[in-house]
Design a protein around this ligand. Structure first.
Ligand code: GUN
Length: 293
């Protein structure tokens, strides 16, 4: 079988156009412009490129973006003071602190310091708890993006066997939780696999939908997936490539070349889940501004 390749850029562009119209309507009706504060500590190249893309995306849909780039030596107290200020700032409806943070700063403390009503990443324990019990919450952007991508591609989750490979707080754990919720974006039967799983292939071969979020190239090979399954690749790995202008190229966690001949639907890297992450961040920021009204 030759898979249909899911165009995450196209789905993102459609949603971003919808958000742009919502932002314009909100501004016309109330004068409110949604605002997102983006905080980057240090200059990790991947984080810098994500943050730059987030700021650019905000500008494209009309969200005010407050750019905070701090040196790697910034102390935890200084970062907490910035967050306290942003929590009080009326122009700011969302706060995003790019992870990972330098080792001398506690990520848990920083996440806890963000006002849950401005936590557009959905990482604060209050939002995680609300999500788990099925209450309205900011949903974390990457797993939410995966669900919306599946929904917009017509993939039925009701009763589906889904295998999630990876158990991070940012992707695997929240995604598994979202998939088991009651409702049209849930109702799946979910297995979560990780580095300590015995015989990973035994699990993935059973799946109607395989979601790879392990952060390791080659985690999912063609022999591990049944013919006609849906394959979602959340991995973003830099591998060195002297023929590429930047000296590296991006690959996912799955063997895309082989799996596109076996799956029914598959996401590429780049251009699959990646653009959806930023789109859901914009969605959460607009939702936060509307909620504040
Ligand atoms: N680092 C990797 N993914 C994310 C994300 O979704 N949000 C933040 N804040 N940091 C990240």
């Amino acid at each position: 079988m030759t898979a249909r390749i899911i165009d995450g850029k196209q789905v993102s562009a459609t949603i971003r156009a919808e958000l742009q119209a919502e932002v314009a309507a909100l501004k016309a009706a109330t004068g409110v412009v949604p605002g997102l504060a983006v905080v980057l500590v240090g200059n990790d190249p991947a984080s810098t490129s994500y943050v730059t893309a987030k700021e650019k995306a905000c500008q494209e849909v009309g969200i005010f973006s407050d750019d905070n780039r701090l040196p790697a030596e910034t102390s935890e107290a200084e970062l907490l003071a910035l967050i306290a200020r942003l929590n009080q700032d009326e122009r700011i409806h969302g706060i995003l602190v790019q992870l990972p943070l330098p080792k001398h700063i506690s990520e848990a403390k920083v996440i806890m310091a963000i006002d849950p009503d401005k936590d557009v990443d959905g990482f604060h324990p209050v939002n995680v708890g609300r999500m788990v019990i099925g209450e309205e919450a900011f949903l974390p952007c990457t797993p939410h993006g995966v669900l919306v991508l599946l929904e917009r591609c017509g993939v039925v989750l009701d009763g589906a066997e889904v295998v999630v490979v990876g158990r991070s707080n940012i992707v695997g754990k929240p995604l598994a939780n979202m998939l088991i919720q009651k409702g049209s974006r849930g109702n799946a039967t979910v297995t979560v696999c990780h580095t300590r799983t015995r015989n990973l292939a035994e699990h993935t071969r059973r799946a109607d939908i395989v979601i790879a979020a392990a952060g390791r190239p080659g985690t999912i090979t063609a022999d591990m997936v049944r013919e006609g399954a849906v394959v979602i690749d959340v991995g973003v790995n830099r591998v060195s490539d002297s023929s590429a202008a930047r000296g590296y190229r991006l690959v996912g966690d799955v063997d895309f070349a082989a799996l596109k001949e076996k799956a029914s639907l598959i996401t590429p890297v780049p251009g699959g889940v990646g653009p959806m992450t930023i789109t859901m961040l914009l969605h959460n920021t607009v939702a936060s501004a509307k909620r504040r009204r």
